[in-house]
Design a protein. Structure first.
Length: 287
């Protein structure tokens, strides 16, 4: 296997047509899916007219380091994931799509994250490579939050929900408002399995001023402490983090939208009280 002194040099070698050298650094699983000839053909076509790539984000989680590079015209994106031995487990090429109009439209209210201590942004940001929700208008500016220690979201082995640091952690109201919908009683998944029929799992929707609605999803079954019609204040405990719905591990899904139902609403980019704009790889807290 080809060795690189650092993953950062891979993009320059690849752009300089060192395709075989980069391919040799990919995993056996990758090479079973893409042949060398296919890799060279795709790379050559993709790199046409590209002068350089700039590193956009770098995120470390679950033993992998994920890099996202954009070309000089911000039209093409390269995503590569490296293991601890600097072997490439994933190498992904795609057109870079953005929605600049809605990217500039923020909530009128200011919010806090619905958590009490430090959490990790697993998905969040204004492109699909740091936030898979981005391509869906009704979830575009949503966040998925997990708890992490030493780069892992779980302790020991990820077999039971209780192994995950986020499971059973407090979830709080992100702003003052009125609870308009509560769904509870849905079982928490076995880690790695997902309930696609109840995508949000157990969830709460809160109506805020200015016709804005926050949604927090994937609560632990029977942990929600509020009911429809309740008035809540910012920071009030409303339930516990779980692993219900379309969720493979314990985490929080948080978004703000312009309607009380996610299927009818549009996601709005969140203006946070602390003035920060967290993206994938950031640590967030209300401490």
């Amino acid at each position: 296997m080809e060795k690189f002194s650092s993953p950062e040099e891979v993009i320059d070698i690849w752009l300089s047509e060192g395709y075989e050298k980069v391919y040799d650094a990919t995993s056996k699983d990758f090479q079973q899916i893409v042949t060398l000839e296919q890799f060279i053909e795709l790379s050559t076509s993709f790199n046409s007219s590209v002068k350089n790539y700039q590193l956009e984000t770098k995120t470390i989680l679950q033993g992998l380091t994920h890099y996202v590079w954009l070309d000089d015209k911000r039209e093409k994106v390269v995503v590569a994931s490296f293991d601890e031995l600097n072997q490439i487990q994933r190498f992904y090429l795609k057109a870079f799509i953005s929605y600049p109009k809605t990217d500039q439209q923020y909530t009128k209210n200011k919010y806090i994250m619905p958590i009490r201590d430090e959490w990790f942004v697993f998905w969040g940001g204004t492109n699909e490579f740091v936030n898979y929700h981005y391509v869906y208008e009704n979830q575009r500016y949503a966040y998925d939050l997990v708890k992490v220690q030493d780069g892992q979201s779980y302790q020991k082995s990820p077999i039971q929900n209780e192994d995950f640091y986020a499971f059973d952690e407090d979830i709080i109201a992100p702003a003052d408002g009125k609870v308009v919908k509560v769904v509870d009683g849905i079982n928490d998944n076995v880690p790695g399995e997902m309930d696609e029929h109840n995508a949000a799992g157990n969830y709460v929707v809160i109506e805020h001023a200015n016709n804005e609605f926050s949604m927090i999803a994937h609560f632990k079954m029977n942990s929600i402490l509020v009911k429809s019609g309740d008035i809540v204040t910012e920071g009030q405990l409303i339930g516990k983090c779980g692993n219900s719905g379309n969720s493979s591990e314990a985490h929080i899904h948080f978004q703000v939208m312009d309607a009380p139902e996610i299927v009818h609403g549009k996601s709005i980019r969140i203006l946070f009280k602390d003035g920060k704009e967290p993206i994938q790889g950031n640590t967030v807290s209300n401490i």
